[in-house]
Design a protein around this ligand. Structure first.
Ligand SMILES: C[S@@+](CC[C@H](N)C(=O)[O-])C[C@H]1O[C@@H](n2cnc3c(N)ncnc32)[C@H](O)[C@@H]1O
Length: 210
């Protein structure tokens, strides 16, 4: 995953996706408190820390070996002064009053994404923003039977669905959930504002606010 996803983040995250969110770019430039949940090896966390040196970043993942790797990469990238990586699941990561919480290609991997959504809501500042980046998918299976959808369904069957089924609740959303199902899960956590802020052929970028 560390080899597969970050090319897309380098191409889009700080130039297209964050600027598409309401007011987030300026908050990050001024200095904001950020959580990157399900951060894996921390590629997205480190990219944001490089682009927004006045902000503080907390990367969380439930997989200890990934967090070890993320710490090494932060050290090598010279951003350890503003990035902390900790082992923590999405439903109980520490901290409060985050200005910005980001999930990159991981909500659908979680056993209980609705539980994660509720925890994000609790941990956000009242005017905070949750960005959910998910693999691009339409709501109908038939509309996903294209080269990108076929790759995602195949990978999902091998990685994402088993990962989710191995956890509590075990929803098994899969990488091709589509915006309608994602919206239901995200708003079930208590978010009242939801929109598709951006998209690429490979990603949906969803914005949720309290
Ligand atoms: C497809 S990888 C994406 C990693 C990273 N966000 C990226 O884009 O490179 C999914 C990540 O979600 C993490 N994950 C799965 N379930 C989780 C949970 N319940 N709490 C925290 N992290 C979780 C996995 O350990 C993995 O690092």
């Amino acid at each position: 995953m560390r080899a597969f996803f970050p090319a897309n983040y380098i191409a889009n995250l700080t130039t297209n996706w964050i600027p598409a969110l309401d007011g987030v770019d300026s908050k990050l430039r001024a200095g904001a408190k950020v959580a990157d949940v399900g951060c894996g090896h921390g590629a997205s966390t480190i990219l944001m820390a490089q682009a927004f040196p006045k902000s503080r970043f907390f990367g969380f993942d439930y997989h200890p070996a990934s967090i070890e790797r993320a710490r090494e990469k932060a050290q090598a990238s010279g951003v350890s002064d503003r990035v902390i990586f900790e082992v923590a699941p999405a439903k109980s990561y520490p901290g409060s009053d985050y200005d910005f919480v980001a999930f990159f290609d991981c909500l659908h991997d979680m056993g209980d994404p609705a539980g994660g959504a509720a925890h994000v809501r609790e941990s956000l500042a009242p005017d905070g923003t949750w960005m959910v980046v998910e693999p691009f998918a339409n709501d109908d299976v038939s509309a996903n039977l294209n080269p990108v959808g076929r790759i995602y369904y195949s990978a999902s069957r091998l990685f994402c669905v088993p990962a989710s089924l191995s956890q509590e609740v075990g929803l098994g959303l899969g990488a091709q959930a589509g915006e309608a199902r994602l919206r239901n899960i995200i708003t079930s956590g208590g978010f009242t504002r939801f929109r598709r802020a951006a998209e690429t052929p490979f990603n949906l970028v969803l914005e949720a606010r309290p």
